[in-house]
Design a protein around this ligand. Structure first.
Ligand SMILES: NC(=O)c1ccc[n+]([C@@H]2O[C@H](COP(=O)([O-])OP(=O)(O)OC[C@H]3O[C@@H](n4cnc5c(N)ncnc54)[C@H](OP(=O)(O)O)[C@@H]3O)[C@@H](O)[C@H]2O)c1
Length: 345
């Protein structure tokens, strides 16, 4: 946006870039299907103390956006949507010392409302995008790899020789988990909903992939491990896989339920964990793992390091705009994507 500055030294008006006063943003007044996603023009204030204003170049679509749009994970209404974006710092509020105009940055834990072409963000929630990583690739991988980072390094620290089972292994998180687990020396078994997705899961790092839309997938997973079963099962599918996951876990193994793409996992009596082999069961989330700035930035470095080493790769399934964001949600809900969906303004 161009304005003019009349009081230049020679008295002539000079063109300057004026701060933006409006932005395009997705808002919801109600939960529901994709038609609740409303693209609106709304005012934007200058960045407050501790904030920067970003021109957002790309936003990550993540499956949690569907849970939140539909009301499965309710939010106070009206609300924005989206957790992740990459962008360029356009202006800096008072007290911000670690970022300047022109810096390329990314976030995944700055509160709901990433679906917008501009946003004011608390600078403590930002990490720099390294040179050599473009904004679209960064957003295709960041939230998903920050998830893989804590799952593989903290929830269950994967060791060389472990058998690791990853459900929905051709998905956005699934592909990153598969590549990173393989790089850690694990024997990686994936599951996916079609033979084509199984092929993609193997390209991403799985040693074997099982089509779990066919009967007998639990027996085939166990056979794929030569009967050893898995030291850790990463289950983001929930209802359709959870009880089978307990049967795929080795004695003293860990079952990590970290999503509910097919619906919530059924409730169980803790005694079942004893019967299935003294299993450990946990339900973690990426957000508390990245709550403080130092930990978040150190995890972000680990993610960009894994990207640099080629352990993980941005896998781009599709790209949509703010105007066509409903199509992004429809694609993911109908399981048509294999890999990340990115939104550009
Ligand atoms: N707890 C955390 O910290 C955390 C963080 C990030 C993501 N997550 C979870 O990780 C999962 C993957 O996220 P993502 O963004 O990368 O999405 P995604 O894996 O690209 O998409 C979800 C996949 O789940 C599978 N799925 C199985 N049953 C389904 C059903 N009934 N409906 C829809 N999908 C079904 C589909 O793969 P197939 O067709 O191969 O079955 C689908 O492609 C999600 O459950 C998400 O909530 C959790």
């Amino acid at each position: 946006m161009l304005g003019s500055q009349p009081d230049s030294d020679d008295g002539e008006s000079m063109p300057v870039t004026a701060p933006a006063t409006t932005r395009r943003v997705i808002q919801l007044d109600a939960f529901g299907g994709v038609d609740v996603l409303q693209l609106r023009e709304a005012p934007i204030a200058p960045p407050a103390q501790g904030e920067v204003q970003l021109r957002q170049v790309a936003m990550g679509f993540n499956y949690i956006d569907i849970y939140q749009r539909s009301g499965k994970y309710p939010l106070p209404l009206p609300t924005g949507l989206g957790h992740e974006a990459a962008g360029v710092v356009e202006s800096v509020g008072d007290g911000v010392t670690d970022f300047s105009v022109g810096d390329r940055v990314i976030y995944m834990n700055a509160g709901i409302g990433a679906y917008a072409d501009r946003r004011n963000v608390d600078a403590s929630k930002l990490a720099r995008i390294p040179d050599g990583v473009d904004d679209i690739s960064a957003v295709a991988v960041f939230f998903k790899a920050m998830t893989a980072e804590y799952l593989l390094r903290k929830t269950y620290p994967v060791k060389a020789g472990d058998v690791v089972l990853i459900h929905a292994a051709a998905g956005g998180v699934g592909q990153v988990l598969s590549g990173w687990a393989k790089a850690l020396g694990a024997y990686v078994i994936g599951t996916a909903g079609s033979d084509e997705k199984c092929r993609i899961a193997c390209e991403a790092g799985c040693d074997q992939a099982i089509n779990y839309s066919q009967d007998g997938w639990v027996e085939r997973v166990v056979a794929a491990s030569d009967g050893r079963k898995a030291q850790v099962v990463y289950d983001s599918v929930g209802r359709h896989t959870f009880l089978g996951s307990l049967d795929c876990a080795a004695k003293f193994g860990t079952v990590v339920v970290f999503g509910a793409a097919s619906g919530p996992a059924p409730s169980i009596d803790p005694e079942l964990l004893n019967k299935k082999g003294c299993l450990f069961l946990t339900r973690p989330s990426v957000f508390p793992h990245n709550a403080d700035t130092a930990t978040f930035r150190s995890n972000a470095e680990a993610v960009f390091d894994a990207l640099r080493k080629g352990w993980i790769k941005p896998s781009m399934a599709a790209r949509f705009t703010l105007d066509t964001i409903a199509d992004a949600h429809a694609m993911a809900e109908s399981r048509q994507n294999a890999g990340a969906i990115v939104i550009v303004p």
